[in-house]
Design a protein around this ligand. Structure first.
Ligand SMILES: *Cc1c(COP(=O)(O)O)cnc(C)c1O
Length: 244
């Protein structure tokens, strides 16, 4: 089991390298984030020991369940799931350094309020729904700039970039359109020079579309299945509006 994970990571590393070579980028510009939903802590530890230490959960409950087991190894936690406002207080207990899935003002405001109370700040990415699919979370592309402007006034939130989930399609050019759109929005925001807003990170690309995302400028790719194997639950369990 452990060999399988290490072998898979090596394959991903070579896919990253090849995609970078093909697009004239430096592999150091692309961070590999391990998407660990449904993966037991013991398996995550194998990946952490290989030196890949950026991991992310989709649910506060899972973050909590694995938290203690993972403390023995150094790592960085991001959060990539749909976040309900009533889970904010809980999430802040588990040492998450970046929430990649901020997609609405009420969430940002409540998060900022709680951070203020705890005298903390939080890096965030704005999640944009570039595939226009109903089932996916994220702000509409044409509302992204307004949301960024509003969030820029919330002093305990540090906007570091954008995140998206590309269209699920075997047609690469349709998927590429999503990533290009995210890059275009990033550029528009950069041009506006909004105080307290940084646009360094583009989190896009998963097991099936990471090469396309890297070609279009991804700085963080989020990989689960290609490292840990197929998940028990369908992704709709995480991406639709489940109340937990
Ligand atoms: C599960 C998940 C991933 C990883 O997807 P894979 O196809 O398993 O690589 C990436 N991003 C988000 C937001 C996810 O929920």
């Amino acid at each position: 089991m452990s060999e399988e994970i290490l072998k898979n990571i090596a394959v991903i590393q070579s896919r990253i390298n090849r995609a970078c070579i093909n697009s004239g980028r430096n592999p150091d510009e692309v961070k590999l984030l391990l998407a660990t939903k449904t993966v037991p802590a013991e398996r995550i530890k194998i990946a952490l020991q290989s030196g890949h230490t950026l991991i992310a959960e989709n649910k506060v409950q899972e973050l909590k369940e694995k938290y203690h087991a993972l403390q023995v190894l150094p790592h960085t936690n991001h959060f990539i799931g749909h976040l309900q406002t009533n889970k904010i207080k809980d999430l802040l207990k588990y040492n998450v350094s970046c929430i990649q899935s901020v997609d609405r003002i009420d969430l940002a405001e409540k998060l900022n309020q709680r951070l203020q109370f705890e005298r903390k700040t939080m890096d965030i990415l704005l999640q944009v729904n570039t595939s226009f699919e109903e089932s996916k979370f994220g702000v509409d592309p044409d509302k992204a700039i307004t949301l960024v402007s509003k969030i820029s006034h919330l002093e305990n939130l540090k906007i570091k970039g954008l995140m998206t989930i590309g269209l699920f399609s075997s047609e690469t050019e349709k998927v590429r359109k999503c990533f290009r759109l995210l890059k275009d929005i990033q550029q528009e925001i950069i041009n506006l020079n909004i105080p307290n807003v940084h646009m360094g990170e583009l989190s896009m690309g998963m097991s099936g579309d990471m090469e396309t995302a890297i070609e279009e400028g991804a700085t963080i790719i989020r990989v689960g299945t290609a490292i840990f194997g197929k998940r028990l639950y369908p992704d709709s369990y995480y991406w639709n509006n489940h109340k937990n």
